[in-house]
Structure formats: C-alpha cells, structure tokens
Design a protein around this ligand. Structure first.
Ligand SMILES: O=P(O)(O)OC[C@H]1O[C@](O)(COP(=O)(O)O)[C@@H](O)[C@@H]1O
Ligand SMILES: [Mg+2]
Ligand SMILES: [Mg+2]
Length: 343
C-alpha cells in the first residue's frame, strides 16, 4: 500500500483524516473509524482531567491494588472509567482488556466486532510530578463474529492480528499517534478548538540513533547480554534518557532514533511490561515506522499471549540498535568484541 496514496496536509483534523483513510478500503463499514473516534473522545476528556489534576483532588493513590499488585492512582481509575465508558457507549467493542481490571470486560455490545486492550494511564509513577504520561491501546477484530463475544480466541490473539494500535501522550502538548497498518500518523490536540490536527504525517523512525533508555537501577540483575549492550552504548557515547513513562520514552525515541529496553530483571523475571496493552501496540507502531521490536530473541508481534496480563521483556526502537542488542543477547556468553564484529 502506498502510504502517500492519500497524503493529507498537516492541519487536517483527525475526523477528516479517519474518514478519508477509510476510503482506501472499499469494503470498510466505518465501525473501526467510529471506534478510533470514540478513543479520541475519551482522550480529550482524560486530557482535561490530567491538565487540572493539581487543582482538584484527583492526585495521589486511590487506595486499591490492581491485578498487577500495583497501587492504583486516582487518575488510573478515572482514565479507566472514561475509556471503558466511551468504548461501551460507542457500540463497536464487545470486549475490553484493561490493565486496571483482572478480568476481561464484556461491554454488552454483543454485535460489536472489536476487542480493545488498553493501558488507560501509562507512567503512573509520574502522575503527581507533572511528567508526561500516556494511554496505550490495541485493537483486534473478533475471530468469531457470531456467538458469545469475548472468548479467549477473540482476546488472546498475537500482535500480528492487530487491526489498529496507538497511544496518547499527555505532555507539553497532547498527541494521538496511531496506525491501522498503513503507516503511522501523529495528531496534536488544540484544546481551545477541542480538535486533534495532523501534525506528524507518515512518521518514519531513524534507522539508528544515539539514545538508550533503560532503568539502570536494576542493572545488578541484568543478564550478561543486556550488560554488554549497555556498555556498548556507553562506549559509543550514547545519551542515556529515561523518563519512566513508557509512552514518553518510546515517543522520543520514535522521533529522534534510539532504543528503549525493559529487560528481565531480578524483580521482574519476565520483564515488567504487559504484552497485550503495552508491548504489542508499540511494536505495531514501531514496525510501521520502519523500526523493530523483540523480547531480545523473538519478534514481539509473534509472541503468543498466554493471558491478558502476560508480561514480556522488550527491546524496541531503531532497527539497527535493536538488531545490535539482539546480537548481544544471542551471544550472552561471547566476548563483546566478537559480538560487535559480527553485527
Ligand atoms: O519504574 P520502572 O521499573 O523503571 O518502570 C517504569 C515503567 O513502568 C510503567 O510505568 C508501567 O506502566 P503503568 O504506569 O501503566 O503501570 C511504564 O510506563 C514505565 O516505562
Ligand atoms: Mg503502562
Ligand atoms: Mg497503566
């Protein structure tokens, strides 16, 4: 598909962009378009809550723990409610997998063709300190359009089956970045007009870069391959950048070139990040932008999810950097020099 078949000008509204892109698909019925609009609507509402979170009493912990064993922040809960409500009211989604809910959420839209996996609020540790946070979503089509919706066959599909994925970053500006498998486009929110406008058409991530993002606080439990790759980055005078909000670290590296790694650690032997609503959607986007994503060995999108909240290590970003990291992982016991020579 020639992504530029319909190169819409910067400043095109998201609504118009969705509508015009739908025309690329003669058999499109508009349901996915409507679903993307529902997500954009919820993002606008959550954006408003985030922007004024310091003024109203929505800062701090909610007092519950989620299925991950994490203390839920009030904004985690508010964002979760807002997105679930928008997806339920929109009517296109039969089942939702949310980071904040242990079980799959059946919306009651039994005719809904889509399953959505969502991280309503990403970067929870940064909520109260005014650092960029986000929302991450992944969309699948039901495998069994008739019959009981939300079966595990519908919900536990590999990332290669995603029909769309994206994220919202609530930062110095608020942006929505998404793909439907035909390139990646970014839209910036203009609050006074209540509209998202095309600001980053057809995003291509640089093939390489000089930024590495990893929480070195856990480095004493990194595997030899990760240790060797981090040393390689330092020897190459790369810049270390780590915000602690996956969406924000990913977005920076997507635009500037770089690699984000959340490896297996002593505390998180399977990695910390969740396959269905963190790793898969960002892997779909980075691949559509010319980058790469794996667990150090296997392509992220081909990993078979065992359950809704399955975790996996992630190495994601510029093609060359991820390949280099994979070479170190493959040769965990080989001397660094030999590994460098072979990459
Ligand atoms: O504090 P750590 O271990 O570096 O983990 C930070 C990572 O955890 C996360 O906060 C996990 O996501 P949630 O905030 O959605 O739970 C990522 O955004 C971030 O990259
Ligand atoms: Mg997250
Ligand atoms: Mg979250």
């Amino acid at each position: 598909m020639d992504h530029n078949k319909l190169a819409l000008p910067v400043g095109t509204t998201l609504d118009r962009f969705i509508m015009r892109k739908q025309e690329d698909f003669p058999y499109a019925t508009g349901e996915l378009s409507q679903l993307l609009r529902d997500i954009a609507l919820a993002a606008k509402i959550v954006n408003r809550e985030i922007n004024r979170s310091g003024l109203i009493d929505i800062a701090g912990a909610y007092g519950n723990r989620n299925v991950q064993g994490e203390d839920q922040q009030k904004l985690d809960v508010i964002a979760n409610i807002r997105f679930i409500r928008a997806l339920r009211n929109g009517g296109e989604v039969c089942t939702i997998i949310s980071e904040e809910d242990e079980d799959m959420i059946q919306t009651g839209n039994d005719q809904g063709k889509y399953v959505v996996a969502i991280d309503p609020l990403d970067g929870s540790s940064n909520i109260d300190v005014n650092v960029s946070i986000g929302t991450i979503f992944s969309i699948y089509r039901r495998v069994s359009p008739t019959g009981r919706p939300g079966t595990s066959a519908d919900c536990l599909q590999p990332g290669t089956h995603q029909v769309a994925a994206g994220y919202v970053i609530y930062g110095s500006s608020t942006m929505l970045v998404y793909t439907t498998g035909n390139g990646v486009n970014g839209f910036t929110y203009e609050p006074s007009l209540g509209e998202f406008f095309l600001s980053h058409p057809d995003i291509q991530t640089p093939k390489t870069g000089a930024i590495y993002s990893i929480n070195e606080g856990a480095s004493d439990t990194f595997s030899p391959g990760v240790v060797a790759f981090v040393k390689h980055c330092k020897d190459a005078s790369f810049s270390a950048r780590y915000i602690g909000s996956l969406v924000a670290d990913f977005h920076r590296n997507l635009l500037k070139g770089g690699i984000y790694i959340y490896p297996a650690t002593g505390k998180a032997p399977k990695g910390k990040l969740r396959l269905m609503y963190e790793c898969n959607p960002l892997a779909f986007i980075v691949e559509q932008a010319g980058g790469r994503s794996s667990d150090g060995y296997q392509r992220t999108l081909s990993i078979e999810p065992k359950d809704c909240h399955a975790r996996c290590p992630i190495f994601i970003g510029s093609q060359d950097l991820v390949e280099q990291a994979e070479a170190f992982m493959a040769q965990e016991t080989a001397p660094v020099a030999a590994t460098l020579a072979s990459t």
